[in-house]
Structures are given as structure tokens and as C-alpha cells.
Design a protein around this ligand. Structure first.
Ligand code: ZN
Length: 159
């Protein structure tokens, strides 16, 4: 599965917009509920459930059924960023060379059991991956810039 990573705010906007486009759901709102620590083993989605607010005069049963279908679809399309990655998305220019919760996706050295045999320099295009201990989201990032004025982090979406 290859969900696209977005912020919680963007996901909530998307969910509510999709819901409000459906007939007889006007004024209703749909927002995600839980950011999962581990992705769903069935489909890799890292958030779960949603809260629906029924618009004035709308039928709760109808809106609920429509919302459930939208959530099913969204879980295959989107993953949400963890809190650390969310912070990085909000402030993508960082002075430290490395964001503490990101690691190079390709190891810079490889071990053979007798210590490191091979080393290579980290290239500017090497992707990093979020592997934070708690609730890491696995998002991939690219680091851009020389560092003179800080590095800029860009989300690197799976294709
Ligand atoms: Zn993350």
C-alpha cells in the first residue's frame, strides 16, 4: 500500500469536503479520531475511525453511512504525519543538519560482523525516514539546501 502522507488538518479538510459534496449531508463535518502507533496490518493506514457531526436537518443514519464509506476510501489514500513530522511540515527550515527523529533510509555504513567495511557519504538526494520510537509515521523526507541558512525538509511521497 502506498498512502500519501498529509497533515491531520489537511485530512480533516478532505474528509469534511468529501462529505459535504454528498446529497443531504450539507453542513455535516467529518474528522479523524485516532493516530495509530502502528499501521493497520491489513492496509498500512496509520489512523483510525472518525467523528461525524451531523448537519442541521440531516438524517443521522444517512450521513453516518455516507461518512463510513468516505472513511474507508480515505484510509486507503492517506496516512497522517506523526507529531514530530507534523512539526517539521509546519516549520520545514531547520538549522540542525539532521532532524532527530529521521534516519537515512539507506544505511551510510554497512556492517559485516567485524565492524564497518563500507562507507559512503550521504548524498543530498538520499531520502530519510521517520523512525521515531513512539508513534513514528514512516514518512520519507528529503533534505534540501547547503545548511548555510538551514536545511529545508520536503515530504517525499511514495509512488
Ligand atoms: Zn513521522
Amino acid at each position: 500500500m502506498s498512502q500519501r502522507y498529509i497533515t491531520v488538518a489537511d485530512l480533516n479538510d478532505w474528509l469534511t469536503r468529501e462529505l459535504q459534496m454528498q446529497p443531504e449531508c450539507e453542513g455535516s463535518k467529518l474528522t479523524m479520531k485516532y493516530r495509530l502507533r502502528e499501521p493497520d496490518p491489513a492496509n498500512g493506514c496509520n489512523w483510525s475511525e472518525a467523528t461525524v457531526r451531523i448537519g442541521f436537518g440531516c438524517d443521522a443514519g444517512h450521513v453516518g453511512a455516507v461518512a463510513a464509506r468516505i472513511v474507508d476510501r480515505a484510509r486507503l489514500q492517506f496516512n497522517v504525519l506523526c507529531e514530530k513530522c507534523q512539526e517539521l511540515a509546519d516549520a520545514p527550515v531547520q538549522t540542525p543538519a539532521l532532524a532527530e527523529h529521521l534516519r537515512p533510509q539507506t544505511p551510510v555504513g554497512s556492517g559485516t560482523g567485524y565492524g564497518l567495511r563500507e562507507f559512503r557519504t550521504l548524498e543530498p538526494y538520499d531520502p530519510f525516514r521517520c523512525i521515531g520510537e513512539h508513534g513514528s509515521c514512516n514518512a520519507r523526507w528529503l533534505r534540501v539546501g547547503s545548511g548555510a541558512s538551514g536545511f529545508e525538509w520536503h515530504l517525499h511521497q511514495q509512488d
